[in-house]
Design a protein around this ligand. Structure first.
Ligand code: SF4
Ligand code: MG
Length: 319
């Protein structure tokens, strides 16, 4: 199957002007990912690891400093004219409180992408599409006349999802879509996302720091640490047999009652190096229980240990 989205050696630095080069922060440090049509690829890691930056680059909200994006085989980086393709890629923000304009009704918020892109015909046609969308995401007609502050957090995130769907996208980046919501509401939104994926043949890049949520949603999972992917595998493989010491620690920290295998909790000690430090060797070595001489000297590369299971660690290197 041809991938729907391909990230090829994507890099992003902040503050990389001549004067500040020494302090340049490498948010994303050479990420390559292929996302298959219809799947959910989970992207997991601690806050600050660069996962939102990857999502924003995939959704074309941010330009990468380096690297390429292919969408259905076509280059997207710098491809300003690819308006039709860009409509097929949408982004759902973490915080439905701040991502909706408080002075616009829900109807106006949902109508706007249609107006901007000259879709949906006249005002009557657009209002019909808005109504259809409201029912699709589980709200009533009259919500079109409501303002964001009149809705609950869960309802607001439904509107955030609806807005992303107005242009009939095929690929959606979901950036921590439930982490601002009460736990009791999270499952409803996750299930809605799953239903919409089935009904509309959507492909998701699902970003979260919550391993349980990622387990529930994903077909494959990529684990990020300091701007790099350290492990990538099918969801079951990754949770049952994590190979990278970082993934092992993350999986072991899942509360026992929802754990996927029995294992001892691995507590990480040591400093998290700042993203502006240029470190030799493995970026995880300051916190790794298995760090050895080679880890300081040589950066491990991402190697495919078994079909579809990639790991960046000298313990598992083939060479
Ligand atoms: Fe740990 Fe070394 Fe593997 Fe890095 S390469 S994760 S420091 S064992
Ligand atoms: Mg984030």
């Amino acid at each position: 199957v041809e991938p729907i989205m391909e990230l090829i050696d994507i890099r992003k630095q902040y503050g990389s002007g001549v004067l500040s080069r020494k302090h340049a922060v490498r948010a994303v440090d050479g990420i390559s990912l292929t996302i298959k049509p219809g799947e959910t690829l989970g992207l997991v890691g601690e806050s600050g690891c660069g996962k939102s930056t990857v999502g924003q680059i995939a959704a074309r909200l941010l330009e990468p400093s380096d690297g390429n994006l292919h969408y259905k085989g076509q280059t997207l980086a710098g491809h300003k004219g690819a308006k039709r393709l860009r409509q097929q890629i949408q982004y759902v923000f973490q915080d439905p409180y701040t991502s909706l304009n408080p002075s616009h009704t829900i109807g106006k918020t949902l109508e706007q992408p249609l107006i901007i892109n000259r879709l949906g015909g006249d005002s009557k046609g657009r209002k019909r599409l808005v109504k259809e969308m409201l029912s699709k995401i589980g709200l009533d007609d009259w919500h079109a006349d409501s303002y964001p502050h009149q809705l609950s957090g869960g309802q607001r995130q439904r509107v955030g999802i609806a807005r992303a769907l107005m242009l009939n996208p095929e690929f959606i980046v979901l950036d921590e879509p439930v982490s601002a919501l009460d736990v009791s509401v999270q499952a409803q939104i996750l299930n809605l996302l799953k239903e919409l994926q089935q009904e509309l043949s959507l492909t998701y890049l699902f970003i979260s720091h919550d391993l349980n949520v990622v387990h529930y949603m994903s077909d494959r999972v990529a684990v990020m640490y300091l701007g790099q992917i350290v492990e990538l595998a099918d969801v079951q493989q990754l949770y049952e047999r994590p190979l990278h010491p970082y993934t092992q620690a993350l999986v072991s920290a899942i509360p026992a009652e929802s754990r996927h295998t029995k294992r001892e909790r691995i507590v990480l000690h040591g400093e998290l190096p700042s993203a502006s430090e240029r470190m030799s060797g493995c970026a995880f070595r300051t916190r790794c229980h298995h760090a050895h001489e080679r880890c300081a000297a040589e950066q491990p590369s991402l190697a495919e240990l078994e079909p579809g299971h990639w790991v960046r660690c000298h313990l598992h290197s083939l060479a």
